[in-house]
Design a binder for this molecule. Structure first.
Ligand code: 1PZ
Length: 206
């Protein structure tokens, strides 16, 4: 109903927040401030409930990392600031460091982007196929065997395409539009985060 009446749906809210974040980055001469970044990433958790209970553990994992970055926003102004600090302390890849959590949250954003891309380009395919491909592309290379097995099992509990659209309070048409908006708005942000690491000679193979 919400989609038909042009009201805010969770997906639309997320898409708009990322558009706003991308605009803010342009306005700040290509700098990404930590506080609005954390708040925007936190919004994504509204999408988890539509995936079902099996992904509660992914939600907890993601939210913990986002909350760490939100907390860091009180002491650090930008994303570069946390990375530079961790380089100084030799803690970029250390478990629980802000930089490592940033890398993990970026994987989450990339996973959603890949899922939406799969969803849009494989209309006949199930959500299971779309999510399995997206996970395999973005996160699986960096996850342990045990995590990959658990995620693989959880995939079988995903709702159908149609169920997902209903749970998101969207229509066939509106869901495509909002997913496209998220893909477009999140791309420069994901690329920016990758470049933060790469420009400091930190590879992305972890
Ligand atoms: C978009 C949804 C697609 C279908 C569901 C795919 C579910 C992916 C589940 C990911 C489970 C992550 C489990 C924990 C992994 C941790 O080992 C790592 C490393 O953490 P560290 O060692 O640094 O403490 N954590 C991550 O890689 C964080 C990944 C976050 C994944 C977020 C998923 C976002 C999905 C959004 C759905 C709306």
């Amino acid at each position: 109903v919400a989609a038909r009446q042009g009201m805010e749906t969770p997906l639309k809210e997320v898409a708009e927040a990322f558009e706003e974040l991308a605009r803010g980055m342009d306005a700040d001469a290509g700098e990404l401030r930590l506080a609005p970044f954390g708040d925007t990433c936190a919004l994504v958790s509204v999408l988890f409930s539509s995936l079902g209970m099996a992904f509660r553990f992914a939600e907890i994992e993601y939210v913990t990392k986002v909350n760490d970055l939100i907390g860091a926003g009180k002491s650090y102004r930008t994303l570069s600031d946390i990375l530079d600090k961790d380089i100084e302390n030799d803690s970029v890849k250390k478990q629980g460091s802000h930089s490592r959590n940033l890398r993990r949250v970026r994987l989450g954003l990339g996973l959603i982007k890949a899922l939406f891309e799969q969803f849009l380009t494989t209309e006949g395919c199930s959500l299971y196929d779309a999510a399995t491909t997206a996970y395999g592309q973005v996160c699986a290379p960096f996850h342990s065997w045990a995590i990959r097995k658990a995620v693989g099992a959880g995939m079988y509990t995903l709702p159908s395409r149609e169920q997902l659209i209903v749970r998101l309070n969207e229509t066939d048409c509106s869901v495509q539009k909002e997913m496209r908006r998220y893909i477009d708005a999140s791309s420069p942000i994901i690329e920016y985060i990758d470049n933060l690491f790469l420009s400091r000679n930190i590879s992305l193979d972890w």
